[in-house]
Design a binder for this molecule. Structure first.
Ligand SMILES: *Cc1c(COP(=O)(O)O)cnc(C)c1O
Ligand SMILES: [Zn+2]
Length: 457
């Protein structure tokens, strides 16, 4: 069976373009493109047949199908030859049962999809393996591509630099100066990318990269490029697979440029079209209050009593937030995200800086190690449970988007009490000497105090 896929206009204009064309927007309406798969060809295999294929490959050794993304190659990028796949064994991440944290906030069936446990430490690897593999395929077919470029709030550039370096394709990254973490900055430096630190914010970097990639020999790697969405949508496939093909009630996703929430919805909708699932989860897009244009739009729609639409939206200048990867005021995937939310009876929620920091800390104390964006989603979850929108017995999955180690400055400052608001659960190292008897004595005192209910200081 040959599986086919092509670009089409996400807003519905006519036209189809090969996935190896250098094209990012619809020539008629200037809107975003999306990848459309040949559902008829996919339908020739039964749902049970696909489940078996996906399960047989999952995390196994037959390259590249052991990757969480490439194990679903027929529904992701059927046109890329196996020898052009650039894979770092992405996907296959843990679904963490948040038993203790769930109990604290009133949920029995809460799971955290640990997408940050990945080669560069964020879910961006899932999309970048697809984009860079597709570029390698284009180069193999004779397309004159000199480099791949992106604007980034940190994680996109880390992923692009790693996959580009693995493939031997030059990478240009445009970063907003002093607005990303030290780990995020050093990743593309180490991987040998051309790292440009611009005196602007993410939205400003985005304008520059669009001008740069008007040259067709420099390929655009931002999520406006819908190839990345194809890799990210496998998060949906994988979560359902990890529950033996059962669909959760809710999926919460931190949202900045709104590509990931769109990708996850696309994954669920395609699984439904393939007959792998019958129902859809409700999606929640979780924004930082400092950068919440979609939340504000949803509030306007609610006040006016109509469904959320693009007319409710106004771009904002994003304020500074600890959740720096979602500090975006004019999200490029807005129309896709609005469609994703309407298809899934979705909800938009927001969280303040102290809410996101405290939710991060509460969850960390039950064994997680969350990034601030995951903290935004957890804080939004706590609000929706408290409001009764999410019921205690519903199955909920929170998408954890990055590894907490990429944001150690945030965690350190929280535990030092050095953020702009007081920390409720600071946990500082206890300074001690080296005398065994003194250290043991002090530890007994601390353990007794902890058991007595008082927390050690
Ligand atoms: C990119 C990113 C997001 C936001 O995803 P969008 O697709 O831009 O909405 C959230 N968290 C982390 C850690 C990210 O890197
Ligand atoms: Zn169009």
């Amino acid at each position: 069976m040959t599986y086919r896929a092509h670009f089409r206009c996400a807003a519905g204009c006519s036209g189809q373009w090969p996935l190896t064309d250098v094209i990012y927007r619809c020539p008629s309406c200037e809107g975003l493109l999306e990848v459309e798969h040949d559902l008829e060809a996919l339908g020739a295999r039964s749902p049970a047949g696909w489940m078996k294929v996906f399960s047989d490959r999952y995390l196994r050794t037959q390259w590249p199908y052991g990757s969480g993304v490439w194990g679903k190659k027929e529904v992701v990028q059927p046109h890329v030859a196996d020898e052009n796949v650039v894979s770092l064994f992405e996907g296959g991440t843990n679904l963490f049962w948040a038993e203790r944290y769930g109990e604290q906030i009133g949920l029995r069936d809460l799971w955290i999809k640990q997408c940050g446990t990945s080669h560069t430490g964020s879910f961006k690897d899932l999309g970048m393996t697809v984009l860079v593999s597709s570029v390698k395929q284009m180069i193999a077919e004779g397309k004159p591509i000199r480099a791949v470029a992106c604007a980034s709030t940190g994680d996109t550039s880390a992923a692009l630099a790693a996959y580009g370096a693995a493939a031997g394709i030059p990478v240009v990254v445009l970063l907003p100066r002093a607005k990303i973490s030290a780990a995020q900055l050093v990743q593309p430096m180490a991987n040998g990318a051309m790292v440009c630190s611009l005196e602007t914010d993410f939205d400003g970097c985005m304008r520059v990269v669009q001008a740069l990639t008007e040259d067709p020999t420099i390929y655009l790697a931002n999520s406006m490029n819908s190839l990345r969405i194809e890799g990210q949508k496998t998060i949906a496939f994988e979560m359902v697979q990890q529950f033996d093909w059962e669909v959760p009630d809710w999926v919460l996703v931190p949202g900045g440029n709104l590509g990931n929430v769109s990708a996850i919805a696309k994954g669920f909708l395609e699984m439904q079209a393939m007959g792998l699932i019958r129902s859809l989860p409700r999606l929640v897009c979780c924004q930082a209050q400092q950068a919440s244009p979609l939340y504000q739009a949803s509030q306007r729609a609610e006040a006016a009593g109509h469904p959320l639409s693009e007319d409710d939206f106004e771009a904002v200048t994003a304020g500074t937030t600890l959740a720096s990867a979602i500090q975006i005021g004019n999200p490029v995937s807005l129309p896709k995200a609005i469609r994703a939310l309407s298809a899934t009876r979705g909800v938009v929620e927001q969280a303040s800086e102290s809410e996101l920091a405290e939710a991060t800390a509460r969850a960390d104390r039950t064994g997680m190690f969350n990034c601030p964006h995951t903290g935004v989603a957890l804080a939004c979850l706590e609000k929706l449970v408290a409001a009764g929108t999410i019921a205690p017995d519903e199955r909920v999955i929170v998408i954890s988007t990055a590894h907490g180690l990429k944001f150690s400055e945030f965690k350190t400052r929280y535990h030092q009490g050095a953020l702009d608001f007081p920390s409720e659960h600071p946990n500082r190292p206890v300074e001690m000497g080296s005398d065994p008897a003194a250290v043991v004595g002090e530890l007994h005192r601390l353990l007794d105090a902890a058991q007595g209910g008082a927390s050690p200081t």
